[in-house]
Design a protein around this ligand. Sequence first.
Ligand SMILES: NC(=O)c1ccc[n+]([C@@H]2O[C@H](COP(=O)([O-])OP(=O)(O)OC[C@H]3O[C@@H](n4cnc5c(N)ncnc54)[C@H](OP(=O)(O)O)[C@@H]3O)[C@@H](O)[C@H]2O)c1
Length: 218
Amino acid sequence: MLGVLGTTGLTAYFGMLDLGRPRPGDVVLVSGAAGATGSVAGQLARLAGARVIGTAGGPEKARWLTEVAGFDEAIDYRREDVETRIADLAPGGVDVFYDNVAGPMLQAGIANIAQRGTVVLCGGVSSGYSDEATPVGPTNLSTITVRSCQVKGFIVTDYVDQFDEAAQRLAAWVRSGELVSVDDVQRGGVEDAVDTMNRLFDGKNLGKQLLQIAELEV
Ligand SMILES: NC(=O)c1ccc[n+]([C@@H]2O[C@H](COP(=O)([O-])OP(=O)(O)OC[C@H]3O[C@@H](n4cnc5c(N)ncnc54)[C@H](OP(=O)(O)O)[C@@H]3O)[C@@H](O)[C@H]2O)c1
């Protein structure tokens, strides 16, 4: 319930399948792809028959995306020019861009969006969600207009009445081995919650970030 069947898995499920709606053969781009939400979103797009490209920070995460999570391509945004790499990997454009990052990443995705493509705005982690670090961009919103695209924002609680059904479908994919999930469990006390949470903004986590504060005795 805290991992793939919890909030972030459900977010990926509704954001990708209800809003992104990838079709077989589509090119889907997911930013923040090695995180809890992005990793599930990308795999669901692959299960829908799309070709999936993920962006993540660092070679280990990029390798994990293609070798473990089944993404078709991975872009290490810390080392590569993201906009150029997307263009190389998707010369016909990106049909669905599922963005967790905002800022320059959103700009790069929009620059490569296909005619009548869809941009799903799941989150903007590059802002740090603080007043001090407002992300730059995108400055290319006119691309949305001239390519007749749709931009869709959402909050997972929009779908609260469908959570049970979604969790059952996610669980079935996990059981069949079609959906890989990884939990990044740190151990400590409640006083470690802030430092653990901040691992998200430093990109230290792979998959779902959790803090275990006690052993559960059943
Ligand atoms: N709309 C909703 O209802 C909803 C619900 C839940 C979560 N969300 C959003 O979903 C996104 C992912 O959340 P999560 O909880 O699953 O976290 P997560 O993806 O597991 O962790 C955040 C990841 O963001 C990446 N990141 C951090 N700073 C970055 C930067 N400046 N540029 C690019 N990437 C950066 C890091 O990976 P790298 O190593 O790749 O940098 C980090 O691992 C967030 O934007 C969150 O707000 C939305």
